[in-house]
Write a protein of this length. Structure first.
Length: 430
């Protein structure tokens, strides 16, 4: 596949290098590439977001990401087998410490029964959640021998299990692992046997269990969609595989694949016109593993619609962190935040985790901003030792970081505090 693409790309070798790894010889300037057209409507004056009034209603949003369920997980198998994924029935033998029942910190993904245990736990408390966001990466990491049938099977098994246990609306987005081969997401102009429709048609079927039928056309075209969660709050799910620097199909034409960012701009303009706030969800956080021109355009869009985009949520890194956006003019005023949540998989050296985002609630004039978040984990060592997995609060962000609210300005202050406060830095970086 990669040989075909390299043979057909209109880009020079220096441009390919600059696109994929930004530290090629010579400065790489993303602005020289394509540019999304922003509407003529002038940007409304910015009122810096204020925290909601004390006692204002709060909505709770469940966040699940990177489940990477391994149907071939085998307790007792070799967990350090020299391959990219171990703990499987057919993993080469040799490790003195075999894979645990509920998972393993080493080169191993999530056993199906651990996923089910998590969903049973979530089912018991689902009345607390208004809805869930689920930001992709369903299949395991055996990326060297996956077929389209394997990937669709993983999508179906995990989606059915979620449907079985959770009766709340779920808003999914597409990970980079859902395709076969991994990271391979041909844009819509690729038709025939290489077309991605085998996956997007299946997603359109599965996702519309939770999203309105009106989202189907965009899912089939590009695996992105926009929904009104409730009056005043729109959720836009983007397909970040169109920015991913390991999606080699993009080398054929890097310009706004599937017209997604132009579509996003239109959606945000319509939301601004109607006075709606927007949450953007996706898999790969912009700026991380993303082609620079795409990230630069995305940043421009967020800058233009900073008062409409109330929050952004991503996964992919399997880490718990955030990205702070600053105004493009002076690069000093914090304008927006992308929250990046933990993974359900342990891959690698993590406890399985999920998160609850608390947002300004469902009432007129709600800012729809994030007001707090709680991260929950299963202590895997304990689970394997006692054979009783439990999901417990790891930390509450406001409490752990001693924050009174979570506006972009608060996170900017937090970053400044990190520079000076070693104890706080240690709490954050662990
Ligand atoms: Zn992942
Ligand atoms: Zn990923």
């Amino acid at each position: 596949e990669i040989v075909t693409i390299i043979g057909q790309t209109p880009l020079s070798s220096a441009e390919v290098c600059g696109l994929v790894v930004s530290d090629c010889s010579g400065p790489y300037d993303p602005t020289k590439f394509w540019k999304v057209t922003l509407p003529n409507t002038p940007k409304p004056p910015v009122t810096p977001p204020k925290p909601p009034k004390p006692g204002a209603p709060v909505s709770r949003v469940l966040f699940l990401s990177d489940v990477h369920v391994d149907l071939l997980y085998k307790p007792g198998a070799n967990a350090y087998c020299g391959e990219y994924l171990c703990c499987r029935a057919n993993s080469p033998a040799g490790s003195p410490k075999p894979a645990g029942k509920w998972g393993d910190y080493r080169y191993c993904d999530t056993p199906l029964w651990t996923m089910e245990n998590l969903l049973q736990h979530l089912a018991e408390k689902q009345s607390e959640f208004d809805y869930a966001i689920w930001t992709g990466d369903i299949p395991p990491h055996n990326i060297w021998n996956q077929s389209r049938a394997d990937q669709l099977n993983a999508l179906n098994i995990v989606s059915d299990m979620i449907l079985k246990y959770l009766n709340i609306p779920i808003y999914p987005s597409l990970g980079n692992h859902e395709s076969a081969p991994v990271n391979s997401f041909p844009p819509p102009f690729i038709t025939g046997k290489d077309s991605i429709s085998w996956l997007y048609d299946a997603l359109a079927e599965t996702w519309t269990h939770w999203t309105p039928v009106s989202t189907k056309r965009n899912i089939e075209k590009g695996a992105f969609y926009s929904v009104l969660v409730r009056p005043g709050l729109r959720l836009i799910s983007i397909n970040t595989n169109y920015c991913y620097n390991l999606n080699w199909w993009l080398l054929l034409n890097t310009t706004d694949p599937a017209g997604q960012l132009q579509w996003l701009t239109q959606q945000l303009q319509q939301a601004e016109d109607k006075g709606e706030k927007v949450h953007i969800i996706g898999h790969i956080p912009p700026g991380i593993d993303c082609l620079s021109a795409w990230s630069w355009n995305y940043y421009r869009i967020i800058d233009r619609y900073e008062s409409t985009v109330a929050a952004q949520f991503f996964g992919h890194t399997h880490r718990d962190h955030f990205e702070l956006f600053y105004d493009m003019k002076n690069r000093t005023r914090p304008t927006n935040i992308a929250y990046i949540g933990p993974s359900v998989t342990t891959y690698k050296y993590m406890n399985p985790g999920y998160r609850v985002y608390e947002i300004d609630g469902n009432y007129p004039e709600s800012s729809m901003q994030l007001v707090n978040q709680q991260t929950y984990i299963m202590n895997l060592t304990e689970a394997n030792l006692t054979d009783k997995p439990t999901w417990k609060l790891e930390y509450d962000t406001k409490e752990a970081y001693n924050m009174s609210s979570m506006t972009p300005a608060d996170w900017d202050k937090f970053v400044q505090r990190l520079e000076k406060d070693t104890e706080l830095f240690k709490t954050f970086y662990r």
